[in-house]
Ligand binder design. Structure first.
Ligand code: F6R
Length: 260
């Protein structure tokens, strides 16, 4: 894994955006894996800035979101359909017809999950998957004990995740109890992974993911099995890493052409 430690969230966004921009420039009809939540917002803001400046063109890029709540109407501003539209599709100038979000309202959710996997495969797989990390180590909504080989499916959210996401809803009880999420096996099939984390609240999960054993107890530790995963952190999120100095040294001495 490539671990990059930066002074603040804006820098995290800038460096992670450069990884994405490199893919878009090389493959303008490529496929992005999209995360929601607070962590990737700085990436999307930086990518939108570059798109506005005419440096990047997202109009032919495909997008697949990681997850969606079950039973939350897509007109709800916190449904991931709405969040992806508001924070990614519109600001980046993507074609809405090329952006997919798992179907949390399907009558037959297992069939919708299988169709989602098939659509990713038909698009040629995900070129670069953006990831955040939950304070409990989840990626997507793959909560602890998720199978490391799992595919898109329905999951029960942990009380911790519902509590963490209550800030987006009127009350903690309004947070849905279930979600549809790409699996850890789905995420591992992406050609490249970029995980971003900011703040001390994530430090323990980041340390477990990066320096702990590969374990379903910390789903993000599955990144250790991927051949091209980059973890971009601010100082707070990196504060529990034992080998932080080595990661800083490695990044500082990496030639620019090897960085993205
Ligand atoms: C959202 C997702 C989640 C979040 C994680 C961190 O699509 O996949 O894994 O990335 O819950 O959320 P924030 O960034 O809001 O702290």
């Amino acid at each position: 894994m490539e671990i990059v430690i930066l002074p603040d969230s804006a820098e995290v966004g800038r460096v992670a955006a450069s990884v994405i921009a490199d893919v878009v420039a090389r493959k303008p009809d490529g496929v992005l894996g999209l995360a929601t939540g607070s962590s990737p917002l700085a990436i999307y803001e930086e990518l939108a800035r570059r798109a506005d400046a005419g440096e990047l063109d997202f109009s032919r890029m495909r997008g697949f979101a990681l997850d969606e709540y079950v039973g939350l109407d897509y007109s709800h501003p916190e449904s991931y359909h709405a969040v992806i539209d508001r924070t990614v599709t519109k600001p980046l100038g993507m074609n809405p017809e090329l952006v997919s979000v798992p179907d949390g309202l399907a009558d037959d959710i297992p069939a919708a999950c299988a169709a989602y996997e098939a659509a990713i495969d038909a698009a040629g797989g995900i070129d670069v998957q953006i990831l955040g990390i939950g304070a409990n180590g989840h990626i997507g909504f793959n909560e602890p004990t998720s199978s490391l080989a799992s595919r898109t499916r329905i999951k029960t959210l942990t009380p911790k995740t519902r509590e963490d996401n209550a800030r987006f809803f009127d009350s903690p009880d309004a947070v849905p109890t279930h979600c549809v999420t790409q699996g850890l096996g789905t995420i591992l099939r992406a050609h490249r992974l970029v995980l971003v984390a900011q703040g001390e609240r994530k430090a323990e999960a980041v340390a477990a993911a990066v320096e702990g054993p590969v374990s379903a107890s910390c789903p993000a530790s599955v990144l250790q099995l991927h051949e091209h995963a980059t973890v971009v952190l601010d100082e707070g999120a990196a504060s529990r890493l034992r080998n932080a100095d080595y990661y800083r040294y490695t990044w500082a001495n990496k030639p620019e052409w090897q960085r993205y």
